[in-house]
Design a binder for this molecule. Structure first.
Ligand code: MF3
Ligand code: CO
Ligand code: CO
Length: 284
C-alpha cells in the first residue's frame, strides 16, 4: 500500500514521499537551519549590516557541519549564504553593507544542507521598534503561516493552504504575493509540488499524504501584491508600490495523524521574543 502510493505520487505528480530514513535526515537538517536562524535573528540590531549576518551564517554553517544551500544557487549564482529582505523587499534580498536602522523590518531566510538533506525556514524581525503598519504586515504573515499549517493533514487538499493564508491576509487588509511559492523540499532544495499561498482552485488538487515534506512561506504585502525583480542583480524582488512586505517560512512534514513542523528549536535555545511557532512545544 505504502509502496503503491509512493510510486503513484512519483509518477503522477513527481512528488517524493519520504522514507523514515529520509525523514530523520530532513528533521536533523531542519533543526540545524532553525538553530542558525535563531542565532542570526538574535544579532539583529541598529547598525549591523546584512553582510555581517551573512558572514556569521557562513561561520555557523561550518560549526554545524552544514552547507548553506543559497550560496551559488541558480542563475546567476546567488552570491550569499542567506537571503536578507528588508522593508519593501519581498524575498531573495542579497546581503549588503547598509547598516540596519531602527524601524526596518528584515526577513532572514536560511536553507541548510546536512548529510545531503535540506531544511528551509525564515522569519521577519523588527529592528528595535517599527510602525504599526509594519507590525500589521508581520502579523498577517505570521498568522497566515500558522493558519496554513493547521490545515495540514493526510487527505487535506494542497489548495486549502492558499485558502487559509488568503483569509488571514484579507482580514488584515494585506495582499498575498502570487509570483513566489512554497515548495517540496528534503532531498533537493526545490522539489514538487509548488505550494500556492493565495486562494486557488487547481484542476488537479493534490491530497496531502504521510511522508510529504514541503515549505509554506507566505509573502504578504501591505499594498499591492505585485513583485518586481531587480534588473541588475536578477534576484532582489520588491513590491511594485514600495509598500512593506513580510514573510515567515517553515518546513512541514505530513504525518499519519497530522503534521510536524520540522524547523523548530528547543525552548532553552530561544531568546526572549522568539515567536511560539518557532519553538518545539515538546521542549517546554
Ligand atoms: N530559501 C528560499 C526559499 O524559501 C530560496 C532562496 S533561493 C536563493 O525557497 F538562491 F536565493 F537562495
Ligand atoms: Co527559504
Ligand atoms: Co523555501
Amino acid at each position: 500500500m505504502i509502496e503503491t502510493l509512493h510510486s503513484l505520487y512519483k509518477k503522477k505528480h513527481n512528488i517524493l514521499l519520504k522514507t523514515q530514513k529520509q525523514i530523520e535526515g530532513i528533521r536533523h537538517a531542519s533543526r540545524v537551519a532553525a538553530k542558525i536562524l535563531n542565532l542570526l535573528c538574535k544579532e539583529v540590531r541598529p547598525g549591523i549590516t546584512t553582510k555581517e549576518l551573512d558572514l556569521l551564517s557562513r561561520e555557523l554553517h561550518k560549526q554545524f557541519l552544514a552547507i548553506p544551500a543559497p550560496l551559488g544557487y541558480g542563475h546567476p549564482p546567488f552570491p550569499a549564504s542567506i537571503c536578507t529582505s528588508i522593508n519593501d523587499v519581498i524575498c531573495h534580498g542579497i546581503p549588503d553593507n547598509r547598516p540596519l536602522q531602527e524601524g526596518d523590518i528584515v526577513n532572514i531566510d536560511v536553507t541548510s544542507i546536512v548529510n545531503g538533506y535540506y531544511g528551509d525556514l525564515s522569519r521577519t524581525v523588527v529592528v528595535k521598534q517599527a510602525s504599526s503598519d509594519a507590525y500589521r504586515v508581520i502579523e498577517a504573515s505570521y498568522n497566515s503561516l500558522k493558519a496554513a499549517i493547521s490545515v495540514c493533514r493526510p487527505g487535506a487538499k494542497l489548495s486549502q493552504i492558499g485558502g487559509a493564508i488568503q483569509q488571514v491576509a484579507d482580514s488584515l487588509g494585506c495582499s498575498v504575493v502570487h509570483q513566489f511559492v512554497g515548495h517540496g523540499i528534503g532531498c533537493q532544495f526545490h522539489e514538487e509540488p509548488a505550494i500556492f499561498h493565495y486562494a486557488n482552485k487547481p484542476k488537479v488538487d493534490i491530497l496531502m499524504q504521510p511522508g510529504m515534506t514541503f515549505t509554506i512561506e507566505p509573502m504578504i504585502n501591505l499594498g499591492l501584491c505585485d513583485a518586481v525583480v531587480d534588473k541588475k542583480d536578477h534576484w532582489t524582488a520588491r513590491t511594485i508600490d514600495g509598500s512593506l512586505s513580510a514573510q515567515f517560512e517553515h518546513t512541514i512534514l505530513i504525518t499519519p495523524t497530522g503534521h510536524e513542523i520540522l524547523t523548530l528549536i528547543d525552548a532553552k535555545e530561544a531568546y526572549d521574543g522568539v515567536p511560539d511557532l518557532f519553538i518545539d512545544p515538546k521542549s517546554r
